[in-house]
Ligand binder design. Structure first.
Ligand code: MG
Length: 370
């Protein structure tokens, strides 16, 4: 079997500028083969820049677009192709958008392998031992504590027993920060698990103070309180508070995760499989996390492709603590794949179909192409 083509499909909602929830656009990647099998993947990055990283013609031997590096190769040599992509793009890549783009190709290769061997990807990865993962509803804060309370109430009504709120308007004032978290807790009730995503808005001392102030709300974790590059700050914070600190969604490649764990001392390792370098790199990161007894969770704020790949990533690496499950309404999240990953009694079942187990809705692709 040989790879014949890497197809990039940017999708974009018309109101893209008005939304900042991660589901406003995406880059879907299809890897075609001469055996008739096709794999699908997705990138969480700037779709246009990631597309360029894939489609760029060779500049020289260490600065080549990703498609040119994999076309003509055996799609089942996944790890070898991963190394070839890193090595062939090392002058412009190794980190950032090139690795983001590699993620989609890698996920598509795993999809092809699953279809070729007629197994779900998590099984090919040698994982699972469980059939479902507990989902937490992931939402942006309302503009006010009252709106946040209502969003939490609705999530609880939909059956979620765990929830996360994040980003704006957290960070505007101490009073508002506390009111937002109180609203989230009261809306979900005392039994639920509540997480807060600070959206990178604090400095170390403010984050430390908030951790103390948020103690009364019994949070499961505080996420990304600091600038992603403040790895030393993460270390100062993590060593001085009891609350679990989560981070990782802004990172790609295992070196960055190693720094976050060993220097930053984070407690919860958040991997976005459509950004970190794909399932192949996610497994290496998850192995490092296991050595340090740190739980791995997904970051997932894109479409059903990311959701499926995240489920395979968690199941394939033996992590079944919680699954991030985006709840902001979006046609790209809800309608790009026929599979909708229903939450039943708070849990989502692992895909059982060969490969990733997703089928693109071509009408949705056509509607938002651009
Ligand atoms: Mg986050």
């Amino acid at each position: 079997m040989k790879i014949t083509k890497v197809e990039t499909i940017p999708l974009r909602l018309p109101e893209v500028a008005a939304r900042c929830d991660g589901t406003q656009d995406t880059l879907v990647v299809r890897v075609h083969t001469d055996a008739g099998l096709t794999g699908v993947g997705e990138v969480d990055s700037s779709p246009t820049v990631a597309q360029a990283a894939i489609e760029a013609p060779m500049s020289h031997s260490i600065c080549c677009g990703l498609a040119e590096l994999v076309v003509g190769e055996d799609p089942l040599g996944i790890d070898a192709l991963w190394q070839k992509m890193v090595w062939g793009s090392r002058y412009m890549g190794r980190r950032g958008v090139v690795v983001h783009a590699m993620s989609a190709i890698d996920i598509a290769l795993w999809d092809i392998a699953g279809k070729a061997f007629e197994k779900p990807v998590w099984q090919l990865m040698g994982g699972a031992g469980f059939e479902s993962v507990r989902a937490y509803g992931s939402l942006l804060f309302g503009n006010t504590p009252e709106e946040t309370y209502e969003k939490a109430r609705k999530a609880a009504d939909r059956g979620f027993t765990a929830i996360k709120f994040g980003w704006d308007p957290m960070g505007q004032s101490e009073e508002l920060d506390l009111a937002l978290v109180r609203a989230a807790r009261e809306g979900m009730g005392p039994e639920a698990d509540v997480m807060i995503d600070a959206g990178q808005c604090f400095d170390v001392k403010t984050a430390r103070r908030r951790c103390r102030q948020f103690e009364e709300f019994n949070l499961m974790w505080l996420e990304e309180p600091l600038h992603p590059d403040d790895v030393v700050g993460y270390g100062e914070l993590s060593r001085s508070v009891e609350m679990r600190i989560a981070a990782g969604e802004a990172e790609e490649s295992r070196g960055a995760f190693q720094a976050l764990m060993d220097v930053g001392g984070i407690d919860v390792v958040q991997i976005d499989v459509t950004r970190c370098g794909g399932l192949t790199e996610a497994r290496r990161i998850a192995d490092m996390a296991r050595d340090r007894k740190k739980p791995v969770v997904n970051h997932s704020f894109k479409t059903g492709i990311n959701m499926a790949a995240s489920l395979h990533m968690l199941a394939g690496t033996g992590n079944n603590w919680v699954l991030e499950y985006g709840q902001e309404p979006s046609p790209l999240r809800e309608e790009l794949t026929y599979e909708t990953f229903p939450v039943v009694d708070g849990y989502v079942k692992l895909p059982q179909e060969p490969g990733l187990g997703v089928t693109l809705n071509e009408a949705t692709v056509e509607k938002y192409a651009g």
